[in-house]
Design a protein around this ligand. Structure first.
Ligand code: NOJ
Length: 511
């Protein structure tokens, strides 16, 4: 604990999407050695922590979120020793390390699932999974109409009359956390990484761990994202209470952050004092860029989190959604960065958004995301936001890997124009803005009261302070410039504020 709470309370965490961050060995996939070599860059950027996406052995049907061994490192990603080195280097640089625990499901190549498949109907080896008899004369129909989050039915047949549940890809069978061996193994995994010295864990698919044991049908008119018999049930909170006790047994305010998808009513319960420190606030990714939804949304999230003594964990971008520059436009992404950094709470930044990387349009045969396949091509999936990072200008792979190596997703021509090397000394670049904002946030916003005081603002704009005084954040969410000079002096702005006023889709911090 510091005077203002645990380290993560208002931390900036940078999501290192490992597969696309830096490839040291030239196999086309980013790895731990590559990420380790770039830690000084992240320390220089001014973030507090890095979140490493999965590095566990995996057949890679879902970018490593299909784990076949939860307590090992995939040889393509490196070794345990390399991870130890990365953690030690990070700590020397003042960075915390958060790892991603995927405990809702395993890979179909996990020994438990291989055994379950081989064991045949009715075997206790299948009890670790959600296995049900099929409907129809010979069990040829799925047990119910539950939908996979990636598209299609959430059930796949074993081919012997029984079916297994997979809320994600068919290669990601869901575990049954009520099974004592599943619970014990998850606890062992958590212990393993905490002993290794990680500062926090992200719980993947946090709300999905428990399913209604009656497996009821979805209500009529149900749509993706609506509450379901397999989302955010009361029983999942018992699991987080257990895991929270495990986290608390280690020194250093270890963080547990839930990967939640939902509004304040979903997030709030994860933040009860005996549960987790953070739960992702993803809703803002979908709020229309208009003052009212933002004002009401911020107020509601603040109320739901502060009532438990916690703060929101704002997500500015991630590997699961389109690039910030795509969602909000290039200017909007810069503006919303300043807004999120000024709000009370922690912020999660996605690798490459500090460079303003655009979403990449990939050809059908280049897409690896199972969402594309499972939705029958209806959804392009998430790979457009996962194209390997450009570090240098010049020829591909733009410093992502050694010259001559081929990244796992193709980088478009001109990608080097967005590179770290090209932006480093350009004061107008996205990188320069991010660096300046992170530095100034330390002084201006961190530790200020967790209340947002909304101020009068021109139409289409939002203005707020934290508490009764201090700096103001003013954002013009509209498509037209505001013809009025903002009051006060500009500490930082996402676009040139000189002249008449605040340009469209821009934000400023004012003293
Ligand atoms: C959330 C992860 O962020 C996403 O990438 C993955 O596909 C699902 N969980 C399943 O693990």
């Amino acid at each position: 604990m510091t005077a203002t709470g645990p380290w993560w309370r208002e931390a900036i965490t940078y999501e290192v999407y490992l597969r696309s961050f830096a490839d040291a060995d030239g196999d086309g996939l980013g790895d731990l050695t590559g990420a380790r070599s770039r830690l000084p860059y992240l320390a220089g950027l001014g973030v507090d922590a890095v979140w490493l996406t999965p590095f566990y052995p995996s057949p890679d049907h879902d970018g490593g979120y299909d784990v076949s061994d939860h307590r090992a490192v995939d040889p393509r990603m490196g070794t345990l020793a390399e991870l130890d080195g990365l953690i030690a280097d990070a700590h020397r640089l003042g960075l915390r390390v958060v790892v991603d625990l995927v405990l809702n499901h395993v890979s179909s190549a996990h020994p438990w699932f291989i055994a379950a498949r081989a064991a045949g109907p009715g075997s206790p080896k299948r009890d670790r999974f959600h296995v049900r008899p099929g409907r129809g004369v010979a069990g040829e129909l799925p047990p119910n109409g539950w939908r996979s989050i990636f598209g299609g039915s959430a059930w796949a047949p074993f081919g012997d009359g029984e079916w297994y549940l997979h809320l994600f890809d068919i290669e990601q069978p869901d575990l049954r956390h009520e099974h004592p061996e599943v619970a014990a193994d998850a606890a062992a995994t958590l212990r393993f990484w905490l002993e290794r010295g990680v500062d926090g864990v992200r719980f993947d698919a946090a709300g999905s761990l428990v399913k209604d044991p009656a497996y009821p049908e979805l209500p009529p008119g149900w749509r993706a994202g609506d509450p379901s018999p397999y989302s955010d049930r009361d029983e999942v909170h018992e699991i987080y209470r257990r895991w929270a006790r495990q986290l608390a047994a280690y020194p250093g305010d270890r963080l547990g952050v839930a990967e939640t998808w939902g509004g304040p009513e979903v997030i709030g319960p994860y933040l009860r004092p005996d549960e987790l420190g953070q739960a992702f606030a993803m809703d803002p990714l979908y709020w229309p860029l208009r003052p009212e939804p933002w004002r009401a949304g911020v107020d509601a999230l603040l109320a739901a989190t502060t009532r438990h003594g916690r703060l929101p964990a704002w997500v500015h971008g991630s590997h699961d959604v389109s690039r910030a520059a795509q969602r909000w436009g290039r200017d909007g992404a810069r503006a919303m960065l300043l807004v999120m950094l000024a709000l009370p709470g922690a912020v999660y930044l996605y690798a490459g958004d500090e460079l303003g990387l655009p979403e990449v349009a990939l050809a059908d045969d280049e897409i690896r995301d199972p969402v594309f396949r499972r939705s029958g091509g209806e959804e392009r999936g998430r790979d457009g936001a996962r194209v390997p990072l450009p570090w240098t200008d010049g020829p591909a792979p733009y410093g992502f890997g050694p010259v001559g190596s081929t990244p796992w997703l193709p980088q478009p021509a001109g990608w080097g124009g967005f590179s770290v090397a090209r932006q480093a000394d350009d004061p107008t670049s996205a990188l320069a803005l991010t660096r300046a904002a992170l530095r100034l946030r330390e002084r201006c916003w961190r530790g200020r009261p967790a209340e947002v005081a909304w101020l009068d603002a021109p139409p289409g704009c939002l203005a707020f302070r934290r508490g009764a005084d201090g700096p103001t954040c003013l954002v013009n969410l509209g498509n037209a410039a505001i013809d009025r000079r903002p009051p006060g002096s500009v500490l930082l702005a996402s676009a040139p504020v000189g002249g008449p006023g605040l340009p469209a889709r821009s934000a400023a911090w004012l003293a």
